[in-house]
Design a protein around this ligand. Sequence first.
Ligand code: ADP
Ligand code: MG
Length: 344
Amino acid sequence: MKEIIEEIDIVVEEEKDSNELLEIKNLSVQFDTDSGVVSAVNNLSLKIGKGETLGFVGETGAGKTTTALSIMKLIESPPGKLVSGEIFLDGENLFKIKEKDMFNIRGNKVSMIFQDPMTSLNPLMTVGDQIKEAIEIHQKLSREEIEEKTEEMLNLVGIRKERVNDYPHQFSGGMKQRVVIAMALACNPELIIADEPTTALDVTIQAQVLELMKELKDKYNTSMILITHDLGVVAETCDKVAVIYAGTIIENANVKDLYTKPLHPYTLGLFNSIPSLDEDVSRLMVIPGNPPDPSNLPKGCKFHPRCTKKLKICETEFPKNVEVSPGHFVCCHLFDEEVQEEDK
Ligand SMILES: Nc1ncnc2c1ncn2[C@@H]1O[C@H](COP(=O)(O)OP(=O)(O)O)[C@@H](O)[C@H]1O
Ligand SMILES: [Mg+2]
């Protein structure tokens, strides 16, 4: 009987996961630094479906880039150290595969776009050659096919083909980021991780680049993780949102639910700190206190020293991740029915 039950469990598991592309399970990453061990990512879990765009939101130092680099297996070690966790891409455990196979996955299945386009661009190569190289590394195509594909990619991101022999410095910031997007898309990856891709750009250019990314994503049904500290950008671009604080996801929901019914006191604080155009800036509410020191994180809920709704239990126990409505998760004692009423 036990075996039958186990078999049923396996079948259910497979069915449930058919639309899933990425799953991060209990990821913890630390860095050894002169001032001690920095806990950058703490027991972080996350799922992304095929074709889905997830906004990954949090303050500077919250662990967004470290999470992204862990998916790419690009954490430098030392000083970095994977303490625990697993990452599955299309069912494959990335932490169990060889570097040679990971090299093929990067670019081919997952591409990353960084905040500064010059992280990805070589100043000494023409943009055309760089796109060609991105195609060549991963796809076996003839010379002509590569030329063709390069033109197609430039066209896709709105760069005239006459500019194929120009160097990065001949492009503006927004245009450089378009070249990076073309390189990232060159091998039709299943997942794009964009780490604050527009933060370094002017506001109008930001909107254009985001619009372009959205169009391309819809066209190819690519999944995307859009890392940002801008909730406005998430509302425009994403299906789901994960709010990260001190290396842990503290609230996770679809965009509509999170924007109409934010629950975690930290998420509420983030919304209150968005400047609105008709508001006097001096009236802005800012979340009191500072982000925690990741080399000396508080016990219990990592947000409790800044939280206005703190309970006694928050000082000692890390909260459970509670599903308050279908797909809307919040990691906060206030929403845990098992936490004693008298405590609230
Ligand atoms: N290579 C590194 N060496 C030491 N500490 C690091 C390194 N990379 C990141 N950290 C630390 O890890 C924490 C999380 O950083 P990061 O993932 O870059 O956050 P975010 O992208 O959300 O701003 C920060 O405290 C940061 O200082
Ligand atoms: Mg970052």
